[in-house]
Design a protein around this ligand. Structure first.
Ligand SMILES: Nc1ncnc2c1ncn2[C@@H]1O[C@H](COP(=O)(O)OP(=O)(O)OP(=O)(O)O)[C@@H](O)[C@H]1O
Ligand SMILES: [Mg+2]
Length: 298
């Protein structure tokens, strides 16, 4: 797997240069390269899916074109959270029944949702020709998207690692619970030692205030500075807010139901922070590369 990660990195470098100037057609983009961000966590149930949905909406309100990918292969529920029932998914693209643009569904704020869960598992079974066709189709997405958010499953399975390695940025979501803190440390340890990931963004969810979020960040940086060769960028916190589960029950996001809630204000702030993240000099490239990563044969 470590070898695979280094091959992917090499591919990324060549792909970035090849495609940067090639965005033709489509709507004018606000940035030069789409940001590809994986939202991940060590422990499950810390709020990843809710964060992806609410952050995506907040980004659309800033005028960004956003696409979200439900990459939780087992128990993906982004569509349920958004109250959507997509009829088609990536599987139908692979069988040639539909094109990528046919399967993309629009969510709140006109965010684009790429229903994928069952289809992604089939990717490894495709022939080379099928893979190339799909890559060509997917490359058009590069022209239209500013931010691509990936909702991963929790934990350290190879599927989760795959998405994290393929993305440009990783946001590790952690809650103030000790088990969540230790599991996020374990996740960053594996990503750094086995996959050479050196940079992480940390988002602390379900906090009572800014102080608690900062304390979690400090705790994690203290141990990681000592034992891991990584840098952690603090993205801030999302407040524990009873409106969040209420919105989930209504299958709506906070921006629609409780726009003035404390947590929604945190998402608006987070969206601005995400837009201001510097593009790393060794940026891992575009969406096409991201997919190419997933197509790697074992
Ligand atoms: N800031 C918050 N305040 C209150 N409740 C929250 C907050 N964030 C998340 N929750 C609640 O926590 C629960 C778990 O959230 P979610 O499903 O988004 O977690 P997850 O990390 O995606 O879980 P999994 O690892 O199973 O995919 C939900 O019921 C959600 O409403
Ligand atoms: Mg989830």
């Amino acid at each position: 797997m470590a070898d695979q990660a280094s091959t992917l990195r090499k591919m990324a470098k060549t792909t970035v240069h090849k495609t940067r100037g090639s965005a033709k057609g489509g709507r004018p983009k606000t940035g030069t390269t789409p940001r590809i961000i994986a939202i991940t966590s060590g422990k499950g149930g810390v709020g990843k899916t809710n964060i992806v949905a609410n952050l995506a909406f907040a980004l659309t309100q800033l005028g960004k074109s956003v696409m979200v990918l439900d990459a939780d292969l087992g128990l993906g529920n982004l569509d349920v959270l958004l109250g959507l029932t997509p009829k088609f998914n990536l599987h139908h693209v692979l069988t040639g029944e539909k094109s990528i643009s046919d399967i993309i569904v629009k969510g709140p704020g006109m965010m684009n949702i790429l229903p994928a869960s069952s289809g992604i598992q089939k990717l490894t079974e495709m022939s080379r020709e099928q893979k190339l066709n799909l890559l060509t189709e997917l490359s058009v997405l590069d022209n239209d998207i500013d931010v691509f958010l990936i909702d991963t499953a929790a934990g350290i399975s190879s599927n989760v690692m795959y998405f994290n390695v393929a993305a440009q940025e990783i946001i590790v979501v952690v809650s103030p619970e000790p088990t969540s803190i230790t599991d996020s440390y374990a996740l960053m340890k594996i990503l750094s030692k086995e996959y050479s990931e050196r940079h992480f963004n940390l988002l602390v969810n379900c906090v009572s205030g800014a102080k608690e979020g900062m304390a979690v960040f400090k705790k994690l940086t203290k141990v990681s500075e000592r034992f891991l060769d990584i840098s952690i960028n603090y993205l801030g916190h999302i407040l524990l807010d009873e409106n969040m589960p209420k919105a989930v029950r209504q299958q709506k996001i906070l921006g629609e139901t409780y726009p003035k809630s404390q947590a929604n204000r945190c998402f608006n702030r987070l969206a601005r922070t995400v837009c201001e993240l510097p593009i790393p000099p060794d940026s891992k490239g575009n969406i096409q590369f991201f997919w190419r990563d997933l197509f790697q044969e074992e």
